[in-house]
Design a protein around this ligand. Structure first.
Ligand code: NAG
Ligand code: NAG
Ligand code: NAG
Length: 805
């Protein structure tokens, strides 16, 4: 049979006693908590199995363990079982309950076998543990309420009450915990959102999940749950400033940053990215400004012109990707730059001013303007100072340019006036306008001759039309006012109008001789030339032209004495007693030319006896050069040549008969008896016939002259009105009442006297003599009607041959 021994204490020990022939078996049962220290008594097996200690010793009682691990030792001396090594229930059994192990105690002599079972009771020696220390969760902030998030459960190796009994989540403001026991064991824990998250308020939440068991003492394990709230685009951007004010200079280059707008978006990441734009803007401003869509920089994109617009308002839209927007107002003030050049505009301008305009005459009105504002638009207007003009301000923006002085076109013909306008910007801008003002002419200058008197020498015998001289006058004026015409001033010269002597080309001023001048008729004359301009009224001036006619050797000398008569023999008497140097006679000759041309020299050309006479080279005196002897012929014939000094010289010859005798009868006899008597008579006869012819001729001539004079007077009364024939009635200067200055007469007389030179006492200026003498000059090259002025000379040795002394 078998039986159970109940052991006192907490454990029930059943001792099963087996009785058999070979094997007696009894059982004992013990119950111990785990983790007992080594040597701790498990139970008294001797007592419980009813065995004496001696038996145990004698029976060599020992423990037989089937498994590898022997947790218990047998203390034979005391009959107790003790813990051999620490027993861990969790290691031994895991989650299995109840947990026990068994072994046998064997005795020899007799062999006895006893089974002992030890139950290990759980002790709360393990805490709940989580697999991780931390749990990270990312939850979108706009996650809906009741959203569940599962969590891993904790683990506790202990069993029973020592196992996990509850979970606690802290804090519970957003989440609560739901724990479900799985049908197959284990628990399922979930975190449920019950209060919405706001990342903008709290970006992370840290929760603690505590798992606790039911042991005594209670043990617990925790895990941290980090909840990161993920952003949702739930916020609109907000401009940092409601109104931005900025200033920008006009003409700033493109890309100049004016200002930067910024906007804050409470969202994070892309949800907080703000882009800027200017959606609603005028067409004009759109070209002028641009905004950087990322940075919010507002830049100049076009040409800003203060003069077009001074302020701009931009509505910059800040928007995030979620379509939320805000509008930042930007007021941009454009600052003026001195970028506009002042302008000068001619409102009226007369480009010429009369030189007699009084000072203060307006020549131009200008308008100046500058589009800039303030100082940049304030202009000053001036003109150059080297002109006799000044600028005066009239209305605002208008200036007048007026003359400031008396003008003289002859001094300065035109002025360059530079109108300069300068604004007061920095740097100042300026512009200019050039005006050219011409001074218009007034006939204020008379023509001016280079000299007031011109003296011209003209050789006589010039060809008509010969250009004598050119007078030239200058006129400082211009155009018509300087267009000069020349005129001869009417005047009579020796009773004839000056126009019969000279003419003038009214344009060129060339004076032409109208006729051939004869020095012997007129030695000089003067007349006035008027130069007159074509101005209105015209101005004129006068120059005197004096024409000196130059003598030419166009007249041969004329022998006045001795008179050459054909028939009568005129002879000079030379007494035989005459001394050496006796003045026989004097050849008197004149030359109507003057100067060298009238400078006469006398030479003996032929003589009966050259040794007896000589002729004074200068004075024409015939003198004896030796004592007259009886042998000398009574009748001596001398041929004297008179030459003037002109080039070529002209000459005349005269035959002088000299009678060398003491008495007149001697002479007579000599001359009558001379072999020349026949010839003389012939000559006489010839002369008588000639005289008759001459008388007849003279009579007819007288008749003709009288008739001619009548006709002439009748015609002249008509010519005075009609004719300007270049015929000058010639009156000897000396007797002319119209001409004949005293000086001229004197000079003429003087010259004549000087040329004759021989006997000064012979020159008697008769006061009564006034007669024209007609001379037939046989030696002259041509017949010339000459009116001898110097009657005195003619009168002097006028008597026929008189043998005197
Ligand atoms: C921002 O501007 C850049 C170039 O300026 C452009 O490429 C980009 O598309 C713009 N972005 C938006 C969102 O307008
Ligand atoms: C005015 O200017 C013109 C052209 O520049 C020049 O020919 C002329 O000589 C100037 N006149 C004066 C008076 O300076
Ligand atoms: C020339 O004119 C001036 C005055 O203009 C006068 O005095 C002078 O006598 C004139 N001369 C002649 C030769 O007519």
């Amino acid at each position: 049979g078998q039986f159970y021994v109940a052991v006192h204490g907490s454990a029930l020990v059943v001792i099963l006693c087996l009785f058999s022939l070979s094997l007696v078996a009894a059982q004992a049962r013990y119950s111990i908590p785990e983790e007992q220290a080594e040597g701790s008594v498990v139970g008294n097996i001797a007592r419980d199995l009813g065995l004496a200690v001696e038996r145990l010793i004698s029976g060599k009682a020992r423990i037989i363990t089937k498994g590898s691990q022997q947790y218990v030792n047998l203390n034979r001396d005391k009959g107790t079982l003790v813990i051999k090594e620490r027993i861990d229930r969790e290691e031994l059994c895991g989650k299995t309950t109840p947990c026990s192990f068994s072994f046998e105690v064997i005795l020899e002599n007799p062999i006895q076998l006893y089974r002992v079972t030890v139950e290990v009771i759980d002790v709360n020696d393990n805490s709940p543990t989580f697999a991780k220390d931390e749990i990270n969760l990312k939850i979108v902030e706009n996650a809906a309420a009741a959203t569940r998030f599962s969590l891993v459960s904790a683990d506790d190796p202990d069993v029973g009450i020592n196992d996990i009994q509850k979970y606690i989540l802290k804090p519970l403001d957003h989440f609560k915990l739901e724990v479900q026991n799985q049908p197959g064991g284990g628990t399922f824990i979930e975190m449920v959102l019950h209060n919405p998250l706001d990342r903008e308020k709290e970006e992370t939440h840290t929760l603690v999940l505590v798992a606790s068991d039911g042991g005594e003492p209670r043990r617990s394990g925790t895990v941290r749950i980090h909840v990161t709230v993920l952003d949702a685009n739930d916020n609109a951007p907000v401009c940092s400033q409601a109104v931005y004010k900025a200033e920008v200079r006009e003409n700033s280059p493109e890309g100049t940053v004016i200002t930067t707008v910024s906007a804050n978006d409470a969202d994070k990441g892309v949800n907080g990215d703000v882009t800027f734009s200017i959606p609603h803007v005028g067409k004009e401003a759109k070209l002028l400004f641009e905004v950087n869509n990322k940075t919010g920089e507002i830049k100049v994109a076009g040409k800003l012109d203060f003069e077009k617009s001074k302020t701009y308002q931009l509505n910059v839209q800040a928007s995030d990707h979620g379509g939320y927007t805000d509008t930042c107002k930007v007021i941009i003030q454009v600052i003026d730059e001195n970028d506009n050049v002042p302008t000068v505009q001619l409102m009226s301008f007369s480009n010429s001013i009369s030189e007699d305009s009084p000072p203060g005459t307006t020549i131009a009105v200008v308008n100046v303007d500058d589009e800039d504002s303030e100082g940049n638009g304030l202009v000053r207007c001036s003109i150059n100072t080297d002109v006799p003009f000044k600028i005066e301000s009239s209305l605002t923006g208008y200036y007048t340019i007026v003359s400031d002085n008396i003008l003289d076109r002859e001094g300065v013909t035109d002025y360059n006036i530079t109108v300069t306008v300068t604004d007061q910007g920095s740097p100042p801008l300026s512009s200019r306008k050039d005006l050219n003002v011409k001074v218009s002419d007034i006939n204020d200058n008379p023509p001016q001759f280079a000299e007031s008197e011109y003296i011209m020498n003209v050789p006589e015998n010039n060809s008509p039309g010969f250009s004598v001289f050119t007078v030239n006058a200058k006129d400082a004026d211009w155009g018509q006012n300087a267009q000069i015409s020349y005129f001869l001033e009417e005047k009579e010269i020796n009773g004839v109008p000056v126009s019969t002597l000279v003419s003038i080309n009214s344009e060129s001023g060339v004076i032409h001789a109208v006729k051939s001048f004869d020095y012997e008729q007129i030695k000089w004359f003067e007349f006035n030339v008027t130069a007159r301009d074509a101005g209105s009224p015209p101005l004129s001036s006068v120059a005197t032209v004096k024409i000196m006619i130059q003598d030419q050797n166009d007249n041969p000398p004329q022998v006045l004495y001795p008179i050459q008569t054909g028939g009568s023999v005129v002879a000079e008497m030379v007494p035989r007693s005459a001394d050496v140097g006796y003045l026989v006679t004097k050849v008197v000759a004149v030359d109507v030319d003057s100067g060298q041309n009238a400078w006469l020299s006398y030479k003996l050309q032929k003589a009966t006896d050259r040794a007896l006479f000589e002729v004074g080279l200068q004075n024409g005196e015939i003198r004896t050069i030796r004592q007259v002897t009886d042998k000398d012929a009574v009748k001596q014939r001398l041929t004297v040549i008179v030459e003037d000094n002109g080039q070529p010289s002209r000459s005349a010859t005269v035959i002088v008969n000299v009678a060398v005798a003491d008495s007149f009868p001697e002479v007579l006899s000599e001359f009558t008896d001379s072999p020349h008597d026949k010839e003389y008579n012939d000559m006489l006869t010839f002369y008588l016939v000639l005289a008759l012819a001459v008388v007849s001729f003279l009579f007819i001539t007288c008749l003709v002259v009288i008739i001619s004079v009548k006709i002439y007077r009748w015609r002249q009364s008509r010519i005075l009105y009609h004719s300007n024939l270049p015929v000058i009635p010639y009156y000897p200067p000396r007797y002319s009442d119209t001409l004949g200055t005293g000086t001229l007469q004197h000079v003429y007389n003087y010259e004549v006297c000087r040329t004759t030179d021989s006997r000064k006492s012979d020159c008697k200026f008769g006061s009564d003599a006034s007669q024209n003498v007609l001379i037939m000059d046989p030696s002259s090259t041509g017949t010339m009607q000459r009116i001898q002025s110097d009657k005195n000379i003619l009168a002097q040795p006028n008597s026929p041959v008189e043998v005197s002394q």
